[in-house]
Design a protein around this ligand. Structure first.
Ligand code: HEM
Length: 447
């Protein structure tokens, strides 16, 4: 069926080694240069393997929505940490789990979590003092960890949230790898070396999660958190009862992994961008002062803070925390007018599309005005898609928007953050796209 279509164009002369090296050195640059040099869909053949990079909204829509059945998620290594959780499960099982967990993300639940988000943001900002230097990456990571720990397991023990957060990050970093890349063997060796750290982290994760499941089961009442919902969740259609403890553990680990680092990275970017764009910062402050009139924000304010949302959106465009992800062709198929053989690893180039001048003129410039609701609606669906789309769209999207808007509003109401002297901000594209280092910033009281 696909014979009449050619393979997509690409850097035919590139060897696996050169591609791997370029990816290792500067993946963001590679993901801008490949489409610039070869087009919206790029092919590289590495021995038996085919790799395709997709950098156009219409083609992404094919992969994620219209031809979604032709592709599967390829997440072998992550399974070691998050088992068969939502991020990696596939097919009917994934659909069933997603359906069971959906109620935990309904609007009324998000409103309850919003109370936690506002409260924790306030507590965090009240710990700071004028002139203090803070590590913004660390502060945002702790804050989002605490929010997810409270809303997930109803625990607000900071030490516990910290420990499990650190263990999950260690475990994920240890196993992280795009399985199709040519340096897979090397990473496997590194993994063996850090096997001990990995085992320790996993033991702590399991101990903590199973203890929490046990306590919740014994308590037997709805504590208003996600875990209570997971334990109560029944698959009404399948009649197969609730989830096993092991599956609940996998989903908790998944939500914890998926639910804090991404938001923390996004928030860190917001602060560095505001520090470098005083005019946007002033507009944000004016909105906060006008809408809130000095009282702390609550979840009810979120829909009335459009500019705050635009600032967050424009940060997500420039620095999408999930800057690329992978699908694998289940059988021979096509994308656009090109053939894609079975087994092809398809990279969705979120970063590249978010920086494409056809959709975002002067794409490197931070301009929240291009993120008005009307401007967003006028672009193709997959021109701005930090939360992906289709059946695998981020389940925590509303959670994340609510959280980021509340955190930004609460902190910016009282403080401005300035980059510490001599600091530059450099992107680091690994498992997620974050700012390199701890991002030290100076807290300055707003007059
Ligand atoms: C700024 C913050 C966030 C960003 C940018 C983000 C982005 C994404 C993206 C792009 C995916 C799809 C990945 C793929 O298909 O391979 C995803 C999936 C997912 N995210 Fe998020 N996410 C964020 C926050 C959250 C939060 C706060 C939660 C939960 C509390 C969450 C839970 C999930 C889950 C469960 C999935 C898997 C959905 C599925 O496959 O059915 N995310 N996220």
């Amino acid at each position: 069926m696909t014979d009449k279509y050619p393979l997509p164009p690409g850097p035919g002369h590139w060897t696996a080694w050169r591609l791997g090296l370029a990816f290792h050195r500067d993946p963001l640059r590679l993901f801008l240069e490949l489409p610039r040099d070869h087009g919206d869909i790029v092919h590289a053949g590495l021995g038996q393997f085919h790799i395709v990079l997709v950098t156009h909204p219409d083609l992404v829509e094919q992969v994620l929505v219209t031809h979604a059945r032709d592709f599967t998620k390829e997440h072998g290594p992550a399974r070691q940490v998050i088992g068969n959780g939502l991020l990696v499960s596939d097919g009917d099982f994934h659909l069933r789990q997603r359906r069971m967990m959906q109620p935990a993300f309904h609007r009324d639940r998000i409103a309850v979590y919003g109370g936690v988000m506002a409260d924790f943001s306030r507590r965090r900002r009240d710990r700071w003092h004028d002139g203090q230097q803070v590590s913004v990456h660390h502060e945002m990571t702790q804050l989002t960890q605490l929010v997810v720990a409270k809303t997930l397991f109803d625990t607000d023990v900071e030490a516990e949230a910290d420990a499990i957060g650190a263990a999950l990050t260690t475990a994920m970093q240890t196993i992280f790898l795009f399985p199709h890349m040519p340096f897979a063997g090397l990473v496997k060796r590194l993994r063996r070396r850090s096997a001990h750290r990995f085992d320790e982290a996993m033991a702590l994760i399991d101990r903590t999660l199973y203890r929490m499941i046990d306590e919740h089961r014994k308590g037997g009442r709805d504590r208003g958190d996600l875990l209570s919902m997971l334990l109560a969740a029944q698959d009404t259609e399948g009649g197969t009862g609730g989830m096993t403890d092991e599956q609940v553990r996998d989903e908790l680990a998944t939500l914890y992994v998926a639910g804090h680092e991404t938001s923390a990275n996004a928030l860190t970017w917001v602060w560095t961008l505001l520090a470098r764009h005083p005019e946007a910062e002033a507009t944000l402050h004016a909105e906060l002062d006008q809408v809130l009139a000095g009282r702390p924000p609550t979840v009810a304010d979120v829909p009335h803070l459009p500019y705050t949302e635009m600032v967050v959106a424009e940060s997500l465009r420039l620095y999408p925390p999930v800057w690329t992800y992978l699908r694998q062709a289940i059988h021979d198929t096509t994308i656009g007018d090109y053939s894609v053989p079975a087994g092809t690893a398809v990279f969705v180039n979120t970063y590249g599309i978010h920086h494409d001048a056809r959709f975002f003129p002067n794409p490197g410039h931070f301009d929240p005005q291009r993120m008005t609701r009307a401007a967003r609606a006028a672009r193709p669906r997959f021109a701005f898609f930090p939360f992906s789309g289709g059946t695998r769209q981020c389940m925590g999207e509303s959670f994340a928007w609510t959280e980021m808007i509340l955190v930004v509003a609460t902190i910016a109401q009282r403080w401005r953050l300035r980059l510490a002297p001599g600091q530059t901000v450099v992107p680091n594209a690994g498992l997620t796209l974050r700012a390199k280092g701890e991002v030290p910033m100076i807290v300055e009281a707003r007059k």
